[in-house]
Design a protein around this ligand. Structure first.
Ligand SMILES: O=C1O[C@H](COP(=O)(O)O)[C@@H](O)[C@H](O)[C@H]1O
Length: 273
């Protein structure tokens, strides 16, 4: 089933597995096209159940084998600021789902995996650590921008940004009511008071996400249906105030697309979550 709002594209999939398979295939197409035309590609990954499910689907050899991974750079839209190796970190879940296989079997250079910094062990924590870590990631993005400049000189071309959305309409780690939503002049911020654990996170800002060529919102599960409907209605009315609905404020420069399962679309509970 397909429908269109004036600005956003919408696709509804039978269940989360179908959503993940389709988006994984699209990701392959976008990365291939970018590598063919520019010689390089950058994708921004998300965590969460659906974001990780897409990576699992992408690991299928018939999909992963279609991309020249030596030319691809992988970034994250947000990270849970936890010690290295913690299973709650988005990058750890992504590594298990896909990245190890890409490095071992498909030629992805480990240095092209741009993980957000991890927290120091509890005993060695410093007060500003998460903010320092955000600056480190901003510098990594700026370094890469020199080789593949995007519309904002501090950022490379972001061919596609994957975004999950929480029931509170948060995207990346930009939560309603937190100061990070109005951050200006920063590409990456430290978050210290996330209402969703863990409290400390690193996130790209709305400014950064807004430079992406494609923004794909990937949302599954009936528990998201009401928020999806509220956010999409607000967007259709042109209400793009990130507070209290951060997901109203993200757009790709070329494409903004919603991929929902039937549950998130309010059609029926698919049991996807
Ligand atoms: O904590 C996070 O949650 C969101 C949404 O996750 P989901 O499981 O509800 O799809 C995710 O997009 C974000 O990257 C992650 O840090």
């Amino acid at each position: 089933m397909n429908a269109e709002t004036p600005d956003d594209q919408l696709r509804v999939h039978t269940d989360r597995q179908a959503l993940c398979r389709t988006v994984a295939g699209d990701l392959v197409d976008v990365l291939r096209e970018a590598v063919d035309t520019r010689g390089t590609a950058s994708a921004v990954l998300t965590g969460g159940g659906t974001g990780t499910g897409i990576l699992e689907a992408l690991a299928a050899p018939e999909l992963a084998g279609q991309v020249d991974w030596s030319a691809v750079h992988l970034w994250w839209g947000d990270e849970r600021f936890l010690p290295a190796g913690n299973g709650e970190r988005n990058e750890v879940q992504a590594t298990d789902a896909l990245l190890s296989a890409l490095v071992e079997d498909h030629g992805l250079p480990p240095e092209n995996i741009h993980r957000m910094p991890a927290a120091a062990p509890q005993t060695a924590r410093s007060v500003n650590e998460v903010h320092d870590a955000a600056r480190v990631y901003a510098a990594a993005l700026a370094d890469h921008a020199a080789a593949d400049p995007g519309p904002d000189p501090r950022l490379p071309v972001l061919d596609v940004v994957l975004l999950g959305m929480g029931p509170d309409a948060h995207v990346a780690s930009l939560f309603p009511g937190l100061p990070g939503l109005s951050a200006t002049g920063q590409t990456v911020i430290g978050v210290t008071d996330s209402p969703k654990p863990p409290p400390e996170r690193i996130s790209l800002t709305l400014e950064s996400l807004g430079t992406a060529r494609r923004v794909w919102l990937v949302v599954a599960g009936q528990d998201k249906a009401e928020t999806v409907s509220t956010v999409r209605d607000a967007r259709e009315r042109g209400q793009r105030d990130p507070n209290p609905l951060p997901a109203t404020a993200v757009n790709g420069t070329v494409q903004t697309r919603w991929d929902l399962d039937r549950g998130a679309a309010g059609l029926e509970d698919t049991g996807a979550d």
